[in-house]
Design a protein around this ligand. Structure first.
Ligand SMILES: *[C@@H]1O[C@H](CO)[C@@H](O)[C@H](O)[C@H]1NC(C)=O
Ligand SMILES: *[C@@H]1O[C@H](CO)[C@@H](O)[C@H](O)[C@H]1NC(C)=O
Length: 383
């Protein structure tokens, strides 16, 4: 999910200069370890968090449990690489239908009392991107102990949801755990405790199941292919890579074969491209894919036509070693299901939104993905 506050932050960090690494001489002195204490910081090892798939005819979101407070209360969250903070439903929210956190029952909860509002441009589904405050959470800040996959962090900054727009009511999970490209919250704390600073995501389709987040490592048992790594394009919280071009069914156009920066967002299910890119792609798949004026930004085609359309989308990238590779969205992703307003019209994968180029679950579920915070790179292995 892409939050508005997060986008502003990303933009303001873009000007940060990158320091050039110069070799440094470090003088080493030996120290005597105090009796009974280990000199070496204890290393934490990687842990797996099973994820459930929110499936409504199409895979929408993957979410898993964290526990918050003392004694721990289980809260389900989307691990969202498109945002950077932690927020979840609380008993302060009278209209939230989800499982709620009760801060009065946690002896370690501290109310830090900052009231804020966060707007998301996208929700859980395949709906068009909105700039009209359709997805708004009102929040109250606090800190508490957070445990993820059995690994505990204390005094983690978090936000209690005090009210939410009804657009969030269908969500089967209680909150969002931001997993942006700069470690924050529980993840930053675990890295300080010695956990390697990367995570792996296995966002499988509903039919396959066993989706999983690995914090602090890569679960090699989930894939056989080589991982292709590419360097992060930005210096902010967004996970983004430079792409030299996009091809449809092996063909491209001058507009599509133009470099662009693409955001990778595990919290969005479909694909967002600028209007000209969206229309250039659809023109190569079928002239019958047309905007649906009832839901601006979406496109569709008669559901009966879907099986006959071939629509392999190759997005090219350059690996760290200079070797090109493609990330491919197969034909099976073209339809995200019938529009509610017109069930014989099927919504197609890409929504148009100027100013954002973003891929989500419909691409990520075909790869094991590695989000390497420490080395500022992303990796993909076909599954
Ligand atoms: C989260 O925990 C609840 C019990 O508190 C359990 O029923 C559910 O299956 C868990 N979800 C996942 C994805 O592990
Ligand atoms: C990427 O896809 C394009 C279009 O299908 C193809 O021409 C190119 O060879 C592919 N590149 C790699 C490295 O597979």
């Amino acid at each position: 999910m892409i939050s508005t506050t997060w986008l502003l932050l990303a933009a303001s960090l873009c000007t940060t200069a990158v320091a050039t690494a110069t070799p440094q001489k470090i003088t080493l002195t030996s120290r005597v370890a105090p009796v009974g204490k280990s000199l070496k910081k204890r290393q934490l090892s990687a842990t797996n968090v099973p994820l459930a798939d929110f499936f409504l005819g199409t895979d929408l979101q993957w979410f898993g449990n964290i526990s918050v407070g003392t004694p721990p209360q289980d809260i389900s969250v989307v691990f969202d690489t498109g945002s950077s903070s932690l927020e979840f439903a609380s008993t302060l929210c009278t209209t939230c239908p989800q499982t709620k956190f009760d801060s009065s029952k946690s002896s370690t909860f501290v109310d830090t009392g900052r009231v804020s509002q966060i707007s998301f441009s996208t929700g859980v589904g395949v709906d068009p991107v909105t700039a009209d405050n359709s997805y708004v959470l009102r929040l109250r800040s606090g800190t508490d102990t957070v445990t993820v996959g059995g690994l505990k962090s204390t005094n983690v900054a978090l936000n209690l949801i005090t009210s939410q727009t009804p657009t969030f009511n269908i969500d089967p999970f209680s909150g969002i755990q931001g997993m942006g490209a700069r470690a924050q919250g529980f993840f930053a704390s675990l890295i300080n405790q010695g956990l390697p600073s990367l995570f792996g995501m296995f966002l499988t389709p509903n039919a396959i199941g066993n989706a999983e987040l690995t914090i602090g490592g890569i679960d090699e048992s989930k894939f056989d292919n080589e991982i292709m790594f590419a360097p992060q394009a930005g210096t902010g919280n967004a996970w983004e890579l430079r792409s030299p071009g996009i091809s449809i069914n092996g063909k491209t156009t001058s507009l599509l074969n133009t470099p662009r920066t693409i955001i990778f967002d595990s919290g969005t299910s479909n694909v967002l491209f600028s209007t000209d890119t969206t229309e250039a792609i659809y023109a190569m798949i079928s002239p019958d894919i047309q905007p649906n004026p009832q839901e601006p930004g979406t496109y569709g085609i008669a559901c009966s036509r879907i099986p006959s359309l071939k629509s392999v989308i190759d997005i090219s990238f350059t690996g760290q070693n200079g070797v090109p590779f493609n990330l491919t969205i197969p034909s099976s992703e073209l339809s995200v299901g019938p529009f509610k307003s017109n069930p014989s019209l099927c919504q197609t994968l890409i929504n148009a939104f100027d100013g954002l180029e973003l891929v989500g679950g419909s691409l990520l579920k075909h790869y094991y993905s590695v989000w390497d915070v420490g080395n500022q790179r992303m990796g993909f292995a076909a599954i």
